[in-house]
Design a protein around this ligand. Structure first.
Ligand SMILES: Nc1ncnc2c1ncn2[C@@H]1O[C@H](COP(=O)(O)OP(=O)(O)OP(=O)(O)O)[C@@H](O)[C@H]1O
Length: 340
């Protein structure tokens, strides 16, 4: 069967500024509906790479295809109407209301006013900006976090198949940042939208990425799913990049399915019917981090130790304590790091 066409394909992109090479021979593919995160230290070329996708920067060599079409085959303005774009500075039009800002691209594309109004209201509601309060306000009346939400709504308003985000949550405090990130991740639009996102925040990358492209000095250091970079770093740079947050990232990256196989064989009698278990069982797709969070909120059981339950089948669940979970987690990390 032929593989489906990737939503974005980049081949051998290079960009130089004078004698400095900002991006060197970078290639990648992003499948439709996937999120690729461009990650790396300041000045490594993330923004330059992103801006070559919508022709805000023209490469010295290499090609970019979006849905199989060379981006150079379209005038930049037309190309950009079909690609959502969000930057850290938001860039809302100051004299337009929130609703007018969100409607900019749908209007350029000639959507009917009633459709634009409905779509604007839908997106503002979803991003927790009730239109009855916010639609008529100007950007200067909004907080930084609210402006970022309007920026996201604007980028998604015309339902573009591809959205590019450059540090979209960058200017926010950590709590607002985490909550907008959660809202963004849960937007139903994202399931059908292909996203390329620039960040230097490792946690953000792990929360949002299907694939991470880690850059250093304009070159790709590793490209793959987050857990692959974490568990099987391609070189010392990759290893060092994640070293400070290694454990926290592993706890988020590993699922209970990864650790279940590492648990000691158990007497079936220890399993209970899910109906009997005290708290709601975790699905096996839950992360180890989620299990730890539930454990820390669980009161001591009759057996004397906090226990959470992981669902094994429709009718059975297995108990996990801190000790069994962490021992199995340690073994799973070692196994995954050595698996081919
Ligand atoms: N217009 C330009 N003219 C000259 N040099 C540039 C230009 N734009 C970027 N550069 C240089 O190219 C390199 C990559 O810049 P880029 O903005 O892509 O990095 P970045 O990874 O996005 O950095 P940051 O995380 O700090 O935003 C840097 O050394 C930068 O100084």
């Amino acid at each position: 069967m032929p593989t489906p066409e990737p939503a974005i394909e980049v081949r051998n992109l290079t960009k130089r500024y004078g004698s400095h090479t900002a991006v060197q021979d970078v290639s990648f593919r992003v499948e439709a509906g996937e999120t690729l995160v461009l990650l790396g230290p300041s000045g490594c070329g993330k923004t330059t790479l992103l801006r070559m996708l919508n022709r805000l920067v023209e490469p010295d060599s290499g090609v970019v295809l979006i849905n199989g079409q060379h981006v150079r085959s379209q005038p930049p303005e037309l190309l950009r109407r079909g690609i959502g774009y969000v930057i850290q500075q938001v860039g809302l039009l100051p004299h337009y209301t929130v609703a007018e800002n969100v409607a900019v691209v749908p209007q350029l594309l000639g959507y009917a006013p009633a459709i634009i109004a409905a779509r604007t209201a839908e997106l503002l509601n979803r991003l927790h900006l009730p239109p009855e309060r916010f639609a008529g306000q100007c950007p200067s009346q909004l907080s930084g976090g609210q402006q970022q939400r309007v920026g996201l709504a604007r980028a998604l308003a015309a339902d573009p198949p591809v959205v590019l985000l450059d540090e979209p949550f960058g200017a926010l405090d950590p709590i607002t940042r985490a909550s907008i990130r959660r809202e963004f991740r849960e937007l139903p639009e994202l399931r059908r939208t292909t996203v390329v996102l620039v960040t230097h925040d490792v946690t953000e990358a792990f929360e949002l990425a299907d694939q991470i492209l880690l850059l250093d000095a304009g070159r790709v250091q590793q490209l793959g799913p987050p857990r692959e970079l974490l568990l099987r770093p391609a070189n010392d740079f990759v290893r060092r990049f994640f070293a400070a947050e290694q454990l926290a990232l592993q706890l988020r990256a590993l699922r209970l399915t990864d650790v279940l196989t590492e648990l000691p064989a158990a007497d079936e009698k220890q399993f209970v019917s899910t109906i009997e278990s005290t708290s709601s069982p975790l699905p096996p797709t839950a992360s180890v981090q989620e299990a730890l969070e539930q454990l820390s909120n669980t009161s001591t059981s009759a057996a004397g130790e906090p226990t959470v339950w992981v669902q094994l089948s429709e009718s059975t669940a297995r108990p996990l304590t801190y000790a069994t979970l962490m021992a199995a987690f340690g073994r799973a990390v070692r196994r995954l790091a050595t698996e081919a």
